[in-house]
Ligand binder design. Structure first.
Ligand SMILES: [Zn+2]
Length: 304
């Protein structure tokens, strides 16, 4: 605005512009960083180290003070936990170690609310070497499914549920178990071995034949009316919370639906082949509305 009348030329004006861009970028990136489990190692400090020390103390690996300071004793405890969990004992706390900690502790953060006492397994589709569908603009389904699942987990826990995720970061479920295991089998085994009340798998659809197709779909296990009700309630709820068009609810010939023992639903949120769906899926605010919809559908399912 003032740049034209300024004698000092564009260089001076460029610096504030860059500063504003950097600050905007940080504002955009910060919520994402807070969502994902941080990488911690010796020398790290802060709230996430406190959370780590509390978990290790609960599990009996750490008996020193909870001071938020990742020192030699924390390092020793982390390596002991990693060894016991079949992980590489490198002392670096990344997605694999956070995931193992969560599973070991059965993730009991939920306390009160309509979902109190319910154990829900959330399955973020794909991960690691398997990107899922890739949009024409380079977006990977595995990243959208993880973002949606992490946000859904938060809403479910706020309503009292205990939530276990089949993955907590960008890796293949089971790749952290210390021996070779099929990723689909790992997803199902986590749900079955925990005795989950329901299993909910989150994906994004793709229909290359017609990029105009957009919307939400629910899939259920053949012959299971409970699975049908679950898939239907979630899909309709996502439709109303996000504005995504409701397509329909169908039988899904999927391994994760057919091999789990509990009511199971697979939800396809938007299409990776539809430009508008992809643009919306990139937004934290849209992912959040979808997550609220998934959680509300689950509350509805249990509240019948
Ligand atoms: Zn998928």
């Amino acid at each position: 605005m003032q740049a034209h009348s300024s004698q000092s030329g564009p260089k001076v004006a460029t610096i504030p512009v860059i500063a504003v861009l950097l600050v905007s970028l940080m504002v955009i990136l910060l919520p994402i960083r807070a969502q994902a489990a941080p990488f911690l190692r010796k020398g790290s400090v802060g709230e996430s180290v406190v959370a780590l020390q509390k978990s290790l103390a609960t599990l009996g690996y750490y008996t020193a003070s909870i001071d938020g300071d990742f020192g030699p004793l924390t390092d020793k405890a982390v390596r002991a936990f990693q060894s016991a969990s079949g992980l590489v004992p490198d002392g670096i706390v990344g997605p694999l170690t956070w995931g193992a900690l969560d599973r070991t502790m059965e993730v009991s953060r939920g306390r009160t609310g309509p979902l109190r006492g319910r154990l829900i397994v959330l399955d973020a589709g794909h991960g690691g070497v398997e990107p899922g569908a890739i949009s024409a603009w380079g977006d990977k389904e595995k990243n959208f499914t993880l973002g949606l699942a992490l946000k859904t987990r938060r809403y479910l826990e706020q309503m009292g549920a205990n939530v276990v995720m089949t993955r907590y970061g960008d890796y293949s479920p089971g790749s952290d178990w210390g021996y070779p295991v099929d990723e689909l089998l790992a997803r199902v085994s986590i749900a079955n071995s925990k005795g989950a009340d329901i299993f909910v798998s989150i994906h994004n659809n793709a229909y290359p034949k017609d990029p105009g197709v957009s919307g939400v779909m629910g899939f259920y296990r053949r012959g299971s009316s409970e699975s049908y009700t679950l898939a239907s309630k979630i899909a309709w709820s996502v439709n109303s919370s996000s504005g995504l068009r409701m397509i329909d609810v169908q039988e899904g010939p999927y391994y994760v639906l057919n091999r789990t023992y509990m009511p199971a639903a697979l939800i396809e949120v938007g299409f990776m082949t539809n430009r508008n769906d992809v643009l919306r899926l990139r937004l934290e605010s849209f992912q959040d509305r979808v997550a609220q919809g998934i959680a509300a559908g689950i509350v509805d399912y249990f509240g019948r």
